[in-house]
Design a protein around this ligand. Structure first.
Ligand code: NDP
Length: 241
């Protein structure tokens, strides 16, 4: 096997699933992580180790990475993609929802960084791809806590990039706009959900496909190790905000 191991968190649906399919089609060995193991296994990809891991569980994540490396060799890239979006006005939103987003989108992502960065620095090679959002670059109504988590992803990624650049390790932020996945379905506030549907219709119903975000990840990763595409912000051309 000539291609190196890639780890994808949140590979059970949406952008993570599309990225897993794309990298698999290109012959990369994969470690796929998510809580819905049955969805990972149903992808039925060759050279893919699937593990049920909640990324907020640091011990389980480290264990899965160790297993992946034992099977396929040192990790060359982690795509820290797992995340969730629970929208709502601050006057109404249940604080437990902020906790979940901060735990997964920020602390879980840091767990992913922690699991691989030391080895990458030692090997003087590797790539950390952090999936943020246009919500990491700007703000939107009803997005306060989510925007906070994604601005944190942008900020910590840039600081991490500065830290590991002298060790020849890359940090890449992928920041998509609205994308057709399960992400919007988990918001508990029905008014916000209806608002998203209305907005989508207003812009002509055209938002990114998960495969289009996966392609941006592939493009950034497949540059030579000496080229670090620091950030890609992409959205459907119709998306004005
Ligand atoms: P999906 O809801 O389709 O996918 C989210 C993935 O994250 C699932 O595979 C889910 O797996 C996983 N996940 C959630 N919580 C955990 C957890 N605690 N531990 C492990 N895995 C977890 O949404 P997307 O594909 O859209 O989201 C992927 C990323 O893209 C997110 O970071 C999101 O913020 C970002 N993004 C999405 C946009 C969009 O419009 N869709 C726009 C901008 C950014 P499981 O439930 O099986 O654990």
């Amino acid at each position: 096997m000539t291609k190196r191991l890639i780890i994808i968190t949140g590979a059970s649906s949406g952008i993570g699933e599309a990225t897993a399919r794309l990298f698999s089609s290109l012959g990369y060995p994969l470690l796929l992580l998510a809580r819905r193991l049955e969805r990972l296994e149903a992808l039925d990809l060759p050279n893919a180790l699937c593990r049920k891991v909640d990324i907020t569980d640091r011990t389980a994540l480290l264990q899965a990475v160790a297993e992946g490396e034992a099977k396929f060799g040192p990790v060359d890239a982690i795509i820290n993609n797992a995340g969730l979006m629970l929208l709502g006005d601050m006057t109404q939103q249940d604080p437990n929802e902020w906790d979940r987003m901060l735990d997964v989108n920020v602390k879980g992502l840091l767990n992913g960084v922690h699991a691989v960065v030391k080895g990458m620095v030692e090997r003087r090679r590797g790539t950390i791809v952090n999936v943020s959002s246009t919500s990491g670059r700007k703000t939107y109504p009803g997005h306060v806590a989510y925007v906070g988590t994604k601005h944190a992803v942008h900020a910590l990624s840039e600081n991490l990039r500065e830290e590991v650049a002298p060790h020849n390790v890359r940090v890449i932020v992928i920041a998509p706009g609205a994308c057709d996945t399960e992400l919007q379905t988990i918001t508990t506030n029905d008014t916000v959900k209806a608002g998203f549907k209305e907005w989508k219709e207003e812009i002509g119903g055209v938002i990114l496909a998960a495969s289009e975000v996966a392609e941006a990840i592939r493009f950034a990763y497949e540059q030579p190790q000496k080229v670090c595409i620091r950030e890609i912000v992409l959205a459907s051309t119709n998306q004005p905000v």
